[in-house]
Design a protein around this ligand. Sequence first.
Ligand code: 13P
Length: 248
Amino acid sequence: MRKKIIAGNWKMNMTPSQAVELVNTLKPLVANEEVDVVFCVPAIDIIPAIEAAKGSNIQIGAENMYFKDNGAFTGEISPDMLVDAGVKYVIIGHSERREYFAETDETVNLKVVKAFEKGLTPIICCGESLIQREQGVTMDWIRMQIKIAFQNVTAEQAATAVIAYEPIWAIGTGKVATTEQAQEVCSGIRACIAEIYDEATAAAIRIQYGGSVSAASAPELFAQADIDGGLVGGASLKPDFGKIVNYK
Ligand code: 13P
């Protein structure tokens, strides 16, 4: 039985002092040991957020990292920096990073491989645009994203990964995918993992849905056979996140 993982993606919101305040506000509201609760926060908020989350069930994650160990890469954050700060999860290849910061399937793959090498759990994002959905190529597109993201990743590593299916048209739009659409793609992703690896790896890997998840939509989405939780943007900055974490 896969443990649900419900993660917030704060994106570029919250100063360090606001981060501490938000963690303190949400701490009692997300105290649900039945699910993994992760707050992925801006790099500068990681250390104060970890400090504020001490003694709670909240795990702090990062929103990005670079695929090199160290060196002349001005402005980047290395995986060792995240590990040393106490981070366990890192979002890789969010569609906003692909769109605004030129991330490609190849750099996503390099980051995924590096995250595993350093003992971090990647939350690997994939998802189609509205045009691709209308063209009927959603699953082809996502299968390609997944197949490239998992190059040079062992079955043992893949079994511990988290995949976030986030249709781009559903992000920040208030237009959540229907339960059927979300389940269909998450099930297709699991089948793709079974093809690349085997049934056991596919059964172990956790697949989240993301895109306008709210307290209202979470219960039905998270009840689907292949949806193992959510990656939540806007609603993760509000007390509503407590309701999402306690969706049952
Ligand atoms: P929203 O929940 O704000 O639509 O954002 C989803 C997302 O991009 C999470 O990574």
